[in-house]
Design a protein. Structure first.
Ligand code: NAD
Length: 471
């Protein structure tokens, strides 16, 4: 039996991964019809919006969708039709950390993966290659295969693959167009290898063959968790060093530069910050912690847990620096927070460090003014309401103001906090900001993007992550 030639793809889940990934597949494979389906009508409407007001912001995404939509790229809420027509189906649904029940706070909530899998089994009338795109615990593909096989109709078969996504939000399109690697895991049977080749042929339309890695299913699943854990560990390591820098007078940028010259370490991903955010790092490490505990490996679990604990410490350490510097109290003081997204070039706020900082400031009864160039106001209220369960939205709104420019945010404030590394914050007219702020005027750079010396010359008191005041 030869590998199936894929001509119709369905992607279940039109989110940050499913949307951009399958839009790029459609762009690069005009001979393949790609349908992205989702239960969320508002999301699908946004993907289909005539003005291209897409539900997520990613540099370059709109151009890709403009080229492919209506040609061979379609967005729909008709999940069943999408499944039935496709010969290859990506499952790209959310896998958040479980909020309650067994493993709450650690293990992945696989409800959405299971329901998508059951839907495939229920409505498929022909054989399918089912591709696990979501990030899942090791051996989830086995559960999916069991569900699919137990429900398959006579004459239909399901081959299951793991194809984790390594894109980073903010650079998703560039990452998808020129990936470091594409990883495909399959069962090491003839059928499994054939299915793997079918998917590899899709990617080979634009990805060099030597960048398409084929491995076993379980290695593929674990590699995704491992990659995120290693990346987050690197950030926590450099953040741990930033605390030592602040206490000693060393400079974390100089230290990172020096250690990054070692070719075994390398220069990337050594930037200290107020802490990592995003929907993946924390969730995937906690998943690894849970997996390690389930496998009776408590020391391994403790090792990875520390990466997350260090991140929490970094965020609260930064809040404490703000309070300490503002003469040990911020009650009744006015603070501008620049940036709400978890990183620049995305409108995604999931696990954003800005949320932790603002929660801390509100609990100290400070007034906070927020500006972010891409995050919707409604999203900010949702996030703050969730982060501050002891406060009503009404009380939050008495302490928080959302504005539409950085200059406006900083006016008449005691302090400005940089929470996201948006490029435009580097280009603010700081002289004007200074004249409009309450004195003494403080700037807290949680992202290492400002020229601290220049700001000091203007008159600001400046605190920078990883830079000690001792000379
Ligand atoms: P998301 O929440 O943005 O999108 C998931 C979508 O799936 C939602 O729109 C939801 O409505 C839809 N959905 C859920 N169940 C469904 C069902 N049964 N039928 C149809 N649609 C359904 O999530 P995301 O950020 O795209 O992440 C998806 C997966 O990819 C997660 O496992 C995540 O860990 C992983 N991942 C995310 C990133 C990232 O940067 N966001 C990167 C790599 C991997």
């Amino acid at each position: 039996m030869a590998p199936v030639k894929v001509s119709k793809i369905c992607c279940i889940g039109a989110g940050y991964v499913g949307g951009p990934t399958c839009a790029v597949i459609a762009l690069k494979c005009p001979h393949i019809r790609v349908t992205i389906v989702d239960l969320n009508q508002a999301r699908i409407d946004a993907w289909n919006s005539p003005e291209f007001k897409l539900p997520i912001y990613e540099p370059g995404l709109e151009e890709v969708v403009r080229q492919a939509r209506g040609r061979n790229l379609f967005f729909s809420t008709d999940v069943d039709k999408g499944i039935q027509e496709a010969d290859l189906i990506f499952v790209s649904v959310n896998t958040p950390t479980k909020k309650s029940g067994v493993g709450a706070g650690f293990s992945a909530d696989l409800t959405y993966v299971e329901s998508a899998t059951r839907r495939i089994a229920a409505v498929a009338t022909s054989s399918k290659i089912v591709v696990e795109k979501s990030t899942v615990p090791c051996r989830t593909a086995e559960s999916m295969r069991t569900i699919l096989e137990a429900n398959s109709k006579p004459g239909t078969r399901f081959d299951i693959l793991s194809n984790p996504e390594f894109l980073a939000e903010g650079t998703a399109i560039a990452d998808l167009l020129r990936p470091d690697r594409v990883l495909i895991g399959s069962l090491q049977t003839t059928e499994g290898k054939n299915a793997c080749e079918s998917l590899a042929e899709v990617y080979a339309n634009w990805v060099p063959r030597d960048r398409i890695l084929t491995v076993g299913l379980w290695s593929s699943e674990l590699s995704k968790l491992a990659a995120n854990a290693m990346l987050a560990q690197r950030i926590s390591s450099v953040n741990a060093l930033s605390a030592i820098c602040e206490a000693t007078g060393a400079n974390i940028e100089e230290v990172a530069h020096a250690i990054g010259y070692d070719s075994r370490i390398g220069p990337k991903f050594l930037r200290a910050s107020v802490g990592f955010g995003g929907s993946c790092f924390q969730k995937d490490i906690l998943n690894l912690v849970y997996l390690s505990e389930s496998l009776h490996l408590p020391q391994v679990a403790a090792y990875w847990r520390q990466v997350v604990e260090m991140n929490e410490y970094q965020k609260s350490r930064f809040s404490k620096t703000v309070v300490d510097t503002l003469f040990n109290t911020i009650t009744g003081k006015h603070i501008a927070v620049l940036g709400f997204a978890f990183k620049a070039d995305t409108g995604d706020t999931r696990e954003s460090a800005a949320i932790s900082l603002i929660r801390d400031f509100l609990s100290e009864r400070a007034y906070v003014t927020i500006y972010d160039p891409k995050v919707e106001e409604s999203q900010i209220w949702l996030d703050l309401a969730e982060a501050c369960p002891t406060m009503t939205l009404e009380t939050i709104k008495k302490q928080v103001n959302i504005v539409h420019s950085a200059l406006e945010a900083c006016k008449q404030k005691e302090a400005v906090v940089i929470a996201t590394e948006w490029k435009e914050f580097k280009e603010i007219d700081w002289e004007t900001v200074y004249t409009q702020m309450t004195k003494p005027a403080f700037v807290f750079d949680g992202r290492l993007i400002l020229d601290a010396e220049k700001l000091r010359k203007i008159g600001f008191t400046v605190k920078v992550i990883g830079r000690g005041d001792r000379l």
